[in-house]
Ligand binder design. Structure first.
Ligand code: 9D3
Length: 235
């Protein structure tokens, strides 16, 4: 899979791409990330990529021409599914990660300031946010998407990492995990995990996952229920 990333901060990506699983994915030839400096496509003495907003108000707006020029140059080499990172986009989730993992080429456009000139939207396939909080730009969201999608590519995770969740766990929080020591400052590992009874352990994990989900993320239970209804109704 190839990602092309358009950004005014090309230096932000190196350490993330040079670490652990992403680095290994690149070494195995499963991942190629190309960083494009948007400033290289901007005109004028200062090569500005932003300008003041029509209609007034605070903050700056990302200009349309440099982005369109850069996308044209990138797609001259390789066409891709173009994603604009913006707080006003559709929320990225695991379902979207799975869809994106089926694509061969993805182009991520990162913004800054108060947002993009609205006309940029006409040159991309999707507008995506990573959640309802305000960041300073689209670079960290772009890295989150590269990370979440890359680990789904066949052959990227090793056996130890890719242990498949049981189907019942798909839309639940993870069950609680323990490792040595069996007692830490008086806190014991649940007896059942030391029992060697795998059916009992599985039942316990399922129950604990449900309890945790109900307590911390009841919204997940609701969406799982909705999914079940959709399945029953065949839509
Ligand atoms: C009050 C208007 N602000 C929107 C909430 C303007 C604004 C703030 C911060 C516009 C852009 C940004 C920078 N953020 C992103 O570019 C961004 C982002 C985010 O802030 N949160 C979650 N996902 C994303 S994707 C890109």
């Amino acid at each position: 899979m190839q990602f092309d990333i358009v950004t005014i901060f090309p230096g932000m990506f190196a350490s993330v791409l040079d670490s652990s699983i992403l680095k290994r994915a690149a070494e195995k030839g499963k991942l190629l990330v190309k960083i494009h400096n948007l400033r290289d496509y901007a005109e004028g003495r200062h090569q500005n990529t932003d300008d003041t907003p029509y209609g007034g108000g605070a903050g700056m707006v990302m200009k349309v021409e440099p982005i369109v020029k850069c996308l044209k140059a990138v797609e001259k080499k390789k066409k891709g599914f173009k994603i604009l990172l913006t707080p006003a986009g559709k929320t990225f989730d695991q379902a979207m990660a799975k869809k994106l993992a089926k694509k061969k080429n993805i182009i991520l456009v990162c913004g800054h300031y108060e947002g993009f000139d609205r006309r940029v939207a006409d040159y991309v396939d999707e507008e995506v946010s990573i959640g309802d909080y305000v960041l300073t730009g689209g670079e960290i969201p772009a890295m989150a998407i590269v990370d979440a999608v890359t680990r789904l590519l066949p052959g990227v995770l090793g056996n130890a990492e890719s242990i498949k969740n049981e189907s019942f766990m798909e839309n639940l929080l993870d069950y609680p995990h323990y490792t040595r020591p069996a007692v830490f400052k008086g806190k014991k590992v649940p007896e059942v995990l030391l029992s060697g009874n795998h059916a009992l352990i599985e039942a316990w994990r399922k129950e604990e996952a449900l309890k945790l989900t109900k307590k911390i993320r009841p919204d997940l239970l609701k969406s799982t229920a909705k999914k079940e209804v959709r399945k029953l109704e065949g839509v």
